[in-house]
Design a protein around this ligand. Sequence first.
Ligand code: C2E
Ligand code: CA
Ligand code: CA
Length: 311
Amino acid sequence: MDWVAELPGAAARGELVAYFQPQIEVSTGRIVAAEALCRWNHPVLGPISPAEFIAAAEENGVIDEIGAFMLEQGCAFASAAGLPGIQVAINVSALQLAQPDFSARVIAAYERFGLDPAQVTIELTESRPVSDIPEAVAHLARLRDLGSGISIDDFGIGYSSAKQLEALPFTELKIDQSLIREDTEETWNRVATIVAVVRQKGMRIVAEGVETQEQYDRIRESGCDRAQGYFLGMPMPQTEFEAYFAANQRTALPRLARPVSRALAALNLRNLEDLAARRRTEIASLPGVGSKTIALLGAALAAAGLAFAEG
Ligand code: C2E
Ligand code: CA
Ligand code: CA
């Protein structure tokens, strides 16, 4: 069955669905954002992976249609009443940047949803160097100047090179999952080098494809700002995400001074449930933790129906 011919109009026929995968702020363990990922539920063949149909959509000129749908879904997500303050990352193909009205359409969507541009990050998934497209820089600079994030996806492989980093107005870098998955000393050293260089530019660093506790620990040690992966949360429809977010909010740690949140993170304490497994005296002995912090944590535990461990 030649499904490529059926791609045009898939959005209009209601066959496309946006899924959202949580991004966790490493220093606090909080959900701060989600990446919007497209799904195509073909009426006969069932779900087709974006890894397959995005490439076909780029070749067949359907990518603008899919891009428009995902922009709409992403903006709806970021402005949902059940997701206060949550940001969204929207994948954009290099080809979409060749549209003369690309940034105007994005800005119109922000206005339609009453969205602060800072709640949206445009993620560039490149199949070819974006710097080849003259309009691209202007579109991205315009959106960045409004406060939106501009992210370079899959960094460390292919075209996502240091050269691209110079040529375009990026605010965020996503370390490719192949680097995280390789999980060798060599690749972790590479991650550390990337982090060190990118830090100097004031860019945010996101690690994706985090599948295990060990990988998450390495991510944290290497100084990445955000993490994403099956270990932290699967891509899911918006309704499911809202339930997941509400549950996480109830057990989220309160905002703490950075040294304190680092000390808790180093003990693998990511939420109030983790905290409730520890003794008050143990937490009080951590660097930077005083009686005020203990009172704050005690109150947060009590509000969630929890308490420090006995003894
Ligand atoms: P990507 O932008 O690099 O997205 C991350 C992919 O990794 C997603 O695959 C996600 O489901 C998957 N993933 C997340 N965590 C893990 C993990 O821990 N382990 C592993 N093995 N995989 C993980 P997905 O959803 O199949 O999307 C594949 C690619 O299709 C995306 O890669 C992106 O390049 C493209 N894509 C998806 N949605 C869109 C879209 O709306 N527009 C455009 N232009 N491209 C899209
Ligand atoms: Ca992406
Ligand atoms: Ca990626």
